[in-house]
Design a protein around this ligand. Structure first.
Ligand code: BGC
Length: 746
């Protein structure tokens, strides 16, 4: 392959670094370089014929529609997610697809992002672990995975141009770690760069992101592909580390690369490097095989049932199959099971909850649609009919949710409310005295505070894929004990969300003013009420936590904590608990969240059964990103390890001592007085140097008295030296800094 590559012309090399069509890369037959096909995803295959559009309007081959990321994120189950990944890999191979364009691992910064249904969580640890599981699953079948969109693509408004104004600490702690984890642990074959700009520079041209962080720090060895149409300046993008532009530009931008090599402004070695990476990718994939649509449908149902989150239950659930039950809501009959845009696929089949409930009950349950799918207002005739059947039922299952147009790739939502007509319907049904079970279908979080008191139980069904109807029936009737947990907070109101005043930003830019305080990190820091906290989800059984223990060994970067906790199923049904581990590690330097998720395990237990759940924490799990030193930092002191069932259901906590050598600060002539005084030996040196002449009668410079040290502490020493009364020789500052720094060495 090397020899053949060496014989390629510059134009051929350039052509390898862009698509030959909407979905394919360039083949060069005389060099034996094949073309490969890339396809969306991520929750199913959207294999389109060449020449088709890219936003879901065109036709694609039928494929299993697994639960989209919003649902998978709520499973908190990497093993399950990995199985979905391998099934996706098998389907990709069978459709001659070599690269699946997913998973989407952007952080849900605001519940308004129109594409949140394609993302896993508001938390980077959860997104990273589940994202890696998907990548491992897909790639285990010889198909390349492509985590996206790198980075900070957290809104749809102006997504091809908006500049995300975000500080490095926030990037490092919130928006990059999921990518970092996926890249370092699962080695995806590709990474897709985002459309947006990051602090003024297009992600596709961002050398720091694409080369320094992704390759040099994290060791990424695969192909960086552009989002479709994300490249603004092809030559700049290649220089920054973008290997493959998609889709084809019809040769126009390849010509720009050739011209830049010829006029000496582009290093040909950079072009070769990108082209070779694409050639390597083309040689990796496995093709062929078939999939069993029935098996995959069953898997889709099994998975979907693990993703639904039981928000509330006064005991009405699980339903008694012989009970008096009515079903209300068009969404029970006409499911919403995936979101719109590039991820929209054609399912192999589609189950609806109404038929599946009837099948499990073994009889015809009364049904009334209650509302039209496309209307905002209540329709009196439909409401009347719904009330009629609810009145005669002990329990009425009311399906509510967002209409398809309410959320999509390409635009953001403007509010969190359900269509008002649906809430009116719910009230009307509840007034009949029937016990109400609400089942929700929505890709982004909806506001529940206004109405959830009307319901005896609320099951958040998200968008559950093509087998979601059966999965919901399984959970409602207790065939499956619910075990989904919220991967994002359900706020009381939109105005309570941390990015409320900064989403989607001003024309051209969006400022991430909330910093690291995203999702529960914000809600738990301010202690404000939420409807349902991050990590929350009920089961038909209950779990006890006991014997939290931690064995801490090592110091500094070798620090390790082995944590264990005993979990018991206290109820009468088998069930699964998601044991969540949060770390609080306060800092003297920066404002940190109250606690942050650093581990989780889903554990299945029979009634009365116990298990010891173990976690291993490393130094990084206690660290924050120091904004000035620009490195991960752990401060010495005491941290707290918490375990529990949500960010607000902490069951056990334990203090651990961190054996960390304090960082010796260094001073320069421009360091402020307070920093000179704070370093060991600094004050002595200043007292020695800043000595008032005898005739002043002063024992020390007035700047070194206690009061002055506080008021003048922020003045850089170089400037202080100019003040009358400092008695400090400006020419000796470098020497003094060297002396102090030498003393400060450990
Ligand atoms: C989306 C990507 C998708 C690509 C190809 C873009 O609009 O942002 O997620 O993979 O189109 O369809």
């Amino acid at each position: 392959m090397n020899d053949a590559f060496d014989r390629l012309t510059i134009a051929e090399r350039a052509s390898l670094t862009s698509g030959s069509s909407m979905w394919r890369t360039q083949a060069i037959d005389r060099a034996g370089i094949p073309s490969i096909t890339l396809s969306d995803g991520p929750h199913g295959l959207r294999r389109q014929p060449d020449g088709a559009d890219h936003l879901g309007v065109g036709h694609s081959l039928p494929a299993t529609c697994f639960p989209p990321a919003v649902a998978l994120g709520s499973s908190w189950d990497p093993g399950l997610v990995q199985r979905v990944g391998s099934a996706l890999g098998v389907e990709a191979r069978s459709m001659d697809v070599q690269v699946l364009l997913g998973p989407g691992i952007n952080i849900k910064r605001s519940p308004l992002c129109g594409r949140n249904f394609e993302y896993l969580s508001e938390d980077p640890h959860l997104s990273g672990v589940l994202g890696a599981a998907l990548v491992e699953g897909i790639q285990s079948e010889g198909v390349g995975a492509c985590p996206k969109h790198f980075a900070v693509n957290n809104q749809e408004t102006d997504r091809l141009r908006v500049s995300v104004e975000v500080d490095e600490r926030t990037l490092r702690e919130i928006y990059l770690p999921a990518f970092e984890h996926v890249v370092t642990s699962a080695e995806p074959w590709l990474v897709m760069c985002a459309y947006n700009r990051v602090n003024g520079v297009y992600a596709s041209q961002h050398r720091w992101l694409l080369t320094e962080v992704l390759r040099e720090e994290w060791g990424f060895a695969g192909v960086v592909v552009s989002d479709w149409g994300a490249v603004s300046d092809r030559v700049e993008a290649l220089r920054a580390g973008l290997d493959l532009e998609m889709p084809t530009s019809g040769g126009a931008t390849d010509g720009q690369l050739v011209a830049a090599v010829q006029d000496g402004t582009l290093d040909p070695a950079l072009l070769d490097q990108a082209a070779r990476r694409v050639v390597h990718l083309a040689g990796r994939a496995v093709i062929g095989g078939a999939f069993d649509a029935g098996d995959h449908h069953r898997l889709a149902r099994e998975v979907a049932a693990q993703c639904a989150v039981l928000l509330k239950n006064d005991g009405v659930l699980p339903l008694d199959r012989d009970g008096s039950i009515a079903v209300v809501g068009e969404l029970a009959r006409t499911p919403r099971y995936q979101g719109a845009g590039s991820s929209q696929i054609v399912p192999t089949r589609l189950d609806d909850a109404l038929s599946e409930l009837r099948a499990l009950a073994g009889r015809d349950l009364p049904f009334a649609p209650g509302y039209p799918l496309d209307g905002d207002r209540s329709a009196p005739g439909l409401v009347k009919e719904a009330r009629g059947i609810a009145r005669n039922a002990d329990t009425t299952v009311v399906f509510l949710g967002l209409p398809a147009g309410a959320e999509s790739e390409g635009y953001d939502r403007t509010g969190l409310d359900l269509p008002p007509g649906q809430v009116d319907l719910l009230r009307a049904v509840a007034e009949t005295g029937t016990r109400v079970v609400v089942v929700l279908s929505n890709g982004g979080v909806v506001q529940v505070a206004e109405w959830d008191h009307l319901a005896a139980a609320v099951l958040e069904g998200w968008l559950l894929g093509q087998a979601g109807g059966g999965a919901l029936a399984d959970v409602l009737f207790g065939v499956v004990n619910p075990s989904g947990r919220l991967a994002e907070t359900i706020p009381l109101r939109l105005a309570d969300t941390p990015s409320y005043l900064n989403f989607p930003g001003d024309p051209g830019s969006v400022r991430y003013g909330e910093g690291v305080f995203v999702g529960y990190r914000y809600h738990d820091a301010v202690g404000g009420p939420v409807s349902y906290p991050f990590g929350h989800g009920l089961s038909y059984t209950e779990f006890g936590y006991a014997h939290l223990e931690a064995d801490v060994t090592g110091d500094d970067e070798r620090l390790r904590a082995e944590v264990s906790v005993r979990i018991t199923n206290l109820g009468e049904r088998p069930g699964q608990e998601v044991v969540q581990l949060y770390v609080s590690a306060p800092s003297q330097v920066v404002r940190r969240p109250e606690h942050e998720l650093r581990g989780f395990r889903k554990v299945a237990l029979d009634p009365g059964q116990s298990a010891t759940v173990r976690f291993e924490l490393g130094w990084r799990d206690f660290a924050y990103f120091h904004p000035v030193r620009r490195s991960w930092t752990v401060e010495p002191g005491t941290a707290v390890i918490h375990v529990g069932g949500s960010s607000r259901d902490i069951r056990q906590s334990l203090l651990v001592k961190l054996d960390i050598t304090p960082v010796r600060e260094r001073v320069t002539p421009d360091s402020p007085l307070e920093e000179w005084v704070a370093v060991p030996g600094g004050l002595e040196v200043l007292l020695r140097e800043m000595r008032p002449p005898a005739e002043t009668g002063l024992a020390r410079s007035r700047f070194l008295t206690d009061g002055s040290l506080r008021t003048m502490g922020s003045v850089p020493l170089r400037r202080l030296a100019r003040f009358p009364g400092a008695y400090l020789d400006p020419d000796r500052l470098d020497e003094l800094a060297a002396e102090v720094n030498a003393k400060a060495q450990p």
